[in-house]
Every structure is written in C-alpha cells, then in structure tokens.
Design a protein around this ligand. Sequence first.
Ligand code: NAP
Length: 277
Amino acid sequence: MDSHRRNVLLLSLELILDRLMRVLVLGGTTEASTLVRRLAADRRFALTLSLAGRTRAPLPQPVTRRVGGFGGAEGLIKWLDEAGIDAIVDATHPFAARISANAVEAARHSRLPLLTVIRPAWEQGDGDAWHRVNSSQAAVDAIGPSCKRVFLTIGRQETAAFRSAPHHTYVVRAIDRPEPCSLPPSAEIVLQRGPFDRAAELALMRNHRIDCLVAKNSGGGATYAKIEAARELRMPVVMIDRPRKPAMLTVETVEAAQSWLLEQAAGHPNALSDRGV
Ligand code: NAP
C-alpha cells in the first residue's frame, strides 16, 4: 500500500474511532455479560469488559476484555483517561462494594456518566425459614447447633470464616477449587457454575444430606433454585444481606442499562446513527 492510501486509511480509522462511544463495563455478572453480548455488534460502541479475575476461566465474550484490579480509584481514573472512556456501566456483583465505590469516585473526578445495574434482592416468602445476617462471620454464628451438614454457597473468597466452626461438615460449592487453607477442616467441594435448576438443587441437597443452607442475597434467577429447594425441604437458610453498594444512577435490568447507553450514544458528540453512519 502506498503512503497516501495508508494515510487516508488511518485518517478514516481515526474519524470512525472518534465517533464511537467508548464504554467501560465493570463485570463479573450475568448482567454484564448479557449487556456486552447485546451491544457487541452495535457500531456506535467500543466496549471494554473488565473482570476482577476471581474466576480462573471466565466464559468468552465478544468484546475487548481486561482482567484484574485497576489499583484503587486513582488507578481507575488513570485507566479511564488513557482509554478515552466516555461512559461507565457498573454491573458488578451486588456484594462487590469496593469497586463500586471506586467507580463513583472516578466518575465524579473524570466527569463521566456512570450507571449501576443492580438486580433486586430476593424477598423472604411463605414457607421460607431465613435467618438474616450481615456478614460471613455473623453467618457462622447463626448456624444452629442442630445443623450437622451445611451447604455453603457464598463463593470461595469468604469460606475461611467458617474455619471457626469446625464442628459442622460443609459442602462448599464454587466455580473454582478453593485453596485448602481457606476451608474448614471437614469440607466437601462441589465444583459447579450456575445457572442451577430446582430439581438438581433438590437432588444435591438430598444426596449430601444437607440440613442448613448458607447463601448470599445475590438476587436474580440464576441461583434462586437453591432457595426454592430449601423451602421445599423446610430447611433453615442463613441469608447474608447485601452491603451498601455506592452508586450514582441505578437500574435493575440489562434492558434499562441498554436504553441508557443508547441515550448516551445519541448525545455523544459526532454520534453515529443506529445504522452506524
Ligand atoms: P470488591 O470488594 O468490590 O473489589 C475488590 C477489588 O477487586 C476492587 O477494589 C478492584 O481492585 C477489584 N475489582 C473488583 N471488581 C472488578 C472488576 N469488575 N474489574 C476490575 N477490578 C475489579 O469485589 P470482589 O473482591 O470481587 O468481591 C466482593 C464480593 O463480591 C465477594 O463477596 C464476592 O464473593 C462477590 N462476588 C464478586 C464477583 C466478581 O466477579 N468480582 C462475582 C461474584 C461474587 P482495584 O481497587 O485494584 O481496582
């Protein structure tokens, strides 16, 4: 290619990139993955999906992906500036409060629009026997003495708290194998990735002779089947309530986040039309 044609090509590329809306999606949830999948082919957006790196082999997604912390709010501010980000969607897990606090601080500092997607929490219904607590440590204390076999479904990051109650046997479910030093002495590991259905959860609880469930109030449909199964088995549930998640503007669904992004794109300087022209 001669230098004139190359320069024309580079200029066109720069013009296109200038008209794209660059969006950082803070992910690690079904909502984040669904949002980026839906918008991946939309030529108005250049999306980057950011993962904390908690899952060793995350499912592939059709957008640019980065993995690992930014280095606090300061690191995030620097990253946003270098990547020329125009908007942030915080679709992190309801229990991931630190990254959300950093996102609020960085959005304020960099004067960027920030939307937080937070799915509604589960509500206790008829037939549910919940004991609500506000931390993993409080959950340890709330497991009754009559519970012999505990189904621990809080991920692998916080199982260490249960080492202080070694008199129970735990069935620990996680996507990746927890480090042995983070487990209570009597622990059986079940490696599974959601979504889960009611029949399978009932079978698992029966097969493992579970008599108490410990869960985080993550909300959403993907992991709700264990709550239904516990209800059917009349099993006590120690439910860990969510921390306060810092946010500016919040929505509950992927559809609402998608609409918000489309509005942002329409207001973007040099915006492309929905046909990408
Ligand atoms: P966190 O306490 O809010 O975040 C801790 C640090 O991890 C952040 O300060 C940030 O590091 C980094 N981080 C978190 N999310 C990130 C993302 N999407 N992209 C880049 N960096 C990110 O969150 P957490 O430690 O991941 O988890 C807290 C709770 O959420 C736990 O109870 C966990 O079980 C639950 N949870 C998290 C995920 C997940 O994908 N993160 C999924 C399911 C459940 P820097 O400060 O260095 O930027």
